[in-house]
Design a protein around this ligand. Sequence first.
Ligand SMILES: [Zn+2]
Ligand SMILES: [Zn+2]
Length: 343
Amino acid sequence: MKALTYTAKGRFELNNKPKQDIIDPTDAVVRVTLSSICSSDLHILHGAVPQAEVGITVGHEMVGVVEAVGSEVFKVKPGDRVAVNVETFCGECFYCKRGFVNNCTSGGWKIGCRIDGGQAEYVRVPFADNGLTPIPEDVSDEQALFVGDILATGYWAAKISEISSDDSVLIIGAGPTGLCTLECVRLYNPAKIVVCEIDETRREFVRTHYADVIVVEPKECQKVLDGLTDERGSDRVIEVAGTEDTFRMAWECARPNAIVTIVALYEKAQTLPQPDMYGKNLTFKTGGVDACDCDKIMELIAQGKIETTHLITHCYPLSRILEAYRLFEKREDGVIKVAISTD
Ligand SMILES: [Zn+2]
Ligand SMILES: [Zn+2]
């Protein structure tokens, strides 16, 4: 089968590899129909993910059709359409039982990092009963494509931010994950949503698709929020951008006693300057997605309450995936997300 392989720091190659097989009784093998490229894939390409070894097949956002299941898989059967979860989790350890599946003692980000991923014709999914979400008949592959990774992240970010209907919510960053966060924040009907984004093309994308959202650039963010909140600052801040400036903006734009949710991944350590922020009494929530709400997200898509197909700005066949990577990495042609179809 064709599989995009990490062959050296700075190099991916579309190689021929043996088709994936069941190894453990809780495994399933999925024939991939549509996959996508994530900025985490670029981190692997740049050698910034030490857990990803040379030779691995990359890709952790995909949907497909179940090809085979092990003897201990009960939720899905061959022929079922499914979305694959970025996180592998056992469902039985201390953390899984509490819903903290990101910290599963035998899981984490495995697919497309520590085991072969889904920018390929087939992918093996461990703990398939937890890692696969059936796709209803009336939901397309495109609609379901982001369920297991960036939508799971956006859903979790909105959920842990404890948003109520009189809140103002600031989302920092309107890249793919920021836009998925926006989709999920809207489920809570907050009084005001402000999206701050440095890139004009992306600001325009938000204005075009979300007319009810206030769109600002970083230099005007604090001022606009002050005007909207009687100088208090935002009730909730969700930081999805991941730079030193946006980290500072997250706590500066938060009102006293606000919740600040940090789902961004930083390249360097960030500082909380306690003397400056001492009296603000903020609650910080940080870290990587607990991707255990995928069934709920799929249901919301089927109900028309979450819709992310407009994030797919470009489509390529698997045979041309390296071109898709170049476009995605250079952010050419207004790209948000690329869908890769298996040809
Ligand atoms: Zn990802
Ligand atoms: Zn576990």
